[in-house]
Design a protein around this ligand. Structure first.
Ligand code: ROI
Length: 179
């Protein structure tokens, strides 16, 4: 059983709904349970600016899956949201990233964990700080809170909470527990 951090992002087709629905579906995947979710944030796009703002959130999950099966499950979920990628770094209906997988370092053609851009992006760092203020980032156990002063101010201003987290809002009643 591993605790993993998943990043969620959307800027097409009612992004807030895309992210809320994806959280619900994530919790429904066999071998994945959500432990905590951040608030939903609105953020200016990283990359081309001529696209809508994003809705971003992060979720802490516990999972029985190994990294590649977890990635497969996330990609299936993206595809169910009819993910369209119009261009590199362009708008998308749903983007799910493995940001952390326990303390493991993964570097394969399909998957790099910790996510190589995690620490440069206000829309991943701030939501994770909200739910895990004492998180120590692998590989060096750097405190997550040490990153706050380093993020671009312009992006920080443009990151606003659009929906407060209310702990994870979906009932796990009736689902088998993970051990
Ligand atoms: N920009 C923001 N603000 N949020 C994202 O989730 C996001 N995802 C991406 C790119 C296009 C790099 N920019 C983003 O993949």
């Amino acid at each position: 059983m591993t605790e993993a951090v998943i990043g969620l992002g959307s800027n097409l087709d009612n992004p807030e709904q895309q992210v809320l629905q994806a959280l619900k579906e994530l919790d429904g995947i066999p071998g994945i349970r959500i432990l905590k979710t951040s608030s939903l944030y609105s953020s200016v796009p990283v990359g081309p600016q001529d696209q809508p703002d994003f809705v971003n959130a992060v979720a802490l999950v516990k999972t029985e899956l190994e990294p590649e099966p977890l990635l497969n499950a996330l990609q299936d979920l993206e595809n169910r949201h009819r993910r369209v990628r119009l261009r590199h770094w362009g708008p998308r209906t749903l983007d799910l990233d493995v940001l952390f997988f326990g303390k493991r370092i993964i570097d394969t053609p399909r998957l790099r964990v910790p996510h190589p851009e995690f620490r440069n992006r206000v829309f991943t760092v701030i939501p994770l700080l909200e739910i895990m203020p004492d998180f120590l980032m692998p590989p060096e156990n750097t405190p997550l809170r040490d990153l706050t002063g380093l993020l671009p101010e312009r992006d920080l201003r443009a990151l606003t909470i659009i929906r407060e987290s209310s702990r994870f809002p979906f009932s796990s009643a009736g689902k088998p527990d993970l051990h």
